[in-house]
Design a protein around this ligand. Structure first.
Ligand code: NAP
Length: 253
């Protein structure tokens, strides 16, 4: 059920953090994986790890704010492996700043990467998926998505982008169902990646955050990748338009 043999996957922001473990996990399940990131540095290393495990991977530079680079990535994927079955929209940034100091440039930078980038990648991949009437898209949101999620101070723009991803996922799922393309989102809690180092290296902040998480620990990135694997596999064949939380009980607390 979780076998991805003969599947072709693209993971964005895959040179480190969760993107790296998503790429390794999908490759281990048999998928051929495009390991893409804003810089090639690190992507090649992930591909080496994939190949060491007996899998297939290809490193491609792709800045998700650049439509042309996304189109090139899709073109090169199709040239190499003939199709795209899976897209994991993962690339993202978080930059901390009090709201009253937030500039239009700060806002645009975060929204361009975290939300517009997801749109551009989803559209480019979906155009290929639609041709063969089959595909799966997973969008990485966050518990900072609002509504049933949590708001965080000093990252208003990040929270807006993550809420946007959830809305986009639902609307996209409706439209893409006609093409047999499933679209779901994941809302991770506190995951041990370089992104959260600045916060979690401060003992005071770390203590405050983990006190709110019933499991009192961060997740290993692999614990999110396991969910990615489920959502891109036939195991989740009746799921589309959902946002699945993986947060150690944070939102339930
Ligand atoms: P990470 O370790 O910082 O990895 C993110 C990757 O995305 C980095 O390699 C980064 O490159 C890349 N990236 C940044 N801008 C890009 C662009 N324009 N085009 C392509 N790639 C770009 O972060 P992570 O924690 O693994 O986060 C992965 C996703 O999970 C993000 O969407 C994040 O918002 C989400 N998330 C994380 C947590 C958490 O606790 N870690 C919780 C909830 C949601 P650079 O290193 O050059 O910036």
């Amino acid at each position: 059920m979780f076998d991805l043999k003969n599947k072709v996957a693209i993971v964005t922001g895959a040179r480190r953090g969760m993107g790296r473990t998503h790429a390794l996990t999908l490759a281990k399940a048999g998928a051929k994986v495009i390991v893409s990131d804003i810089s090639l540095e690190g992507c090649e290393k992930v591909v080496k790890e994939i190949k060491k495990d007996g899998g297939e991977g290809l490193a491609l530079k792709c800045d998700v704010t650049k439509k042309q680079e996304i189109e090139q990535m899709v073109k090169k994927t199709v040239e190499k492996w003939g199709k795209i079955d899976i897209l994991v929209n993962n690339a993202g940034i978080v930059e901390f700043k009090p709201f009253l100091e937030l500039t239009e440039q700060d806002w645009d930078k975060t929204l361009d990467i975290n939300l517009k980038g997801y749109f551009l990648c989803a559209q480019a991949a979906a155009k290929e998926m639609a041709k063969k009437k089959s595909g799966v898209i997973v969008n990485i949101a966050s518990v900072a998505m609002g509504q049933q999620g949590i708001g965080f101070p000093n990252i208003v723009h990040y929270c807006a982008s993550k809420g946007g991803i959830v809305g986009m996922t639902e609307a996209l799922a409706l439209e893409m169902a006609a093409y047999n393309i499933r679209v779901n989102a994941i809302a991770p809690g506190m995951i041990d990646t370089p992104m959260v180092d600045p916060v979690m290296k401060d003992p005071q902040q770390k203590k405050g955050i983990l006190a709110r998480v019933p499991m009192h620990r961060m997740a290993d990135p692999q614990e999110v990748s396991n969910l990615v694997l489920f959502l891109v596999s036939d195991g989740s064949s009746y799921m589309t338009g959902s946002t699945v939380v993986v947060d150690g009980g944070w939102l339930a607390g």
